[in-house]
Design a binder for this molecule. Structure first.
Ligand SMILES: [Zn+2]
Length: 162
């Protein structure tokens, strides 16, 4: 039998070479001085390697990581909060703009209806009466939206600093 290969010797040393192949390799090492001494080197190396431990992280490692995670989560939460609050605000803004544009259009609609003489008597005054409240409503909604947006954005800036 020829000499054992390095991987066979390593397998014998760390115990991963088993079965008939392992038995034959071990028998060879007992009868062969060259392979026996190499096996002894690999065995002591394997023992020393298994004795090594992973480097210990600093004692405040966990606390530091957790603190960093908390800061990041706070940022994400404030951003989520801002987005969630901004969505209805944006919807209100769109509604306000549409309402405002619609109130501008009502004048035209009233004029159009003025040509259709059959309905102007009923709908004309209704639209005319709606025109001012719609404009005021759109303006009030817009003011509410701006207030809501400014209230929403302020805490997120404050929270980033803490
Ligand atoms: Zn040998």
């Amino acid at each position: 039998m020829s000499h054992l290969t390095d991987s066979q010797l390593q397998g014998l040393a760390d115990g991963t070479l088993r079965g008939p192949e392992g038995l034959a390799a071990r028998e060879h090492c007992e009868g062969c001085a060259e392979c026996g001494s190499e096996l002894a080197i690999y065995t002591s190396l394997s023992t020393q390697l298994s004795g090594l431990r992973d480097a210990q992280p600093p004692l405040d490692f966990t606390a530091t990581v957790l603190a960093a995670v908390e800061v990041r989560e706070a940022h994400l939460a404030s951003r989520r909060h801002t987005v969630l609050a901004a969505l209805p605000a944006a919807a209100l803004a769109v509604f306000a703009v549409v309402g405002w544009a619609f109130s501008l259009q009502i004048g035209k609609i009233v004029d159009d209806f003025a040509t259709a003489r059959t309905v102007i008597g009923v709908l004309g005054p209704v639209f005319t009466a709606l025109r001012l409240p719609l404009g005021i409503g759109a303006f009030v909604l817009f003011a509410i939206v701006l207030t809501a947006l400014s209230r929403t954005l302020r805490p997120s800036y404050a929270r980033v600093d803490t």
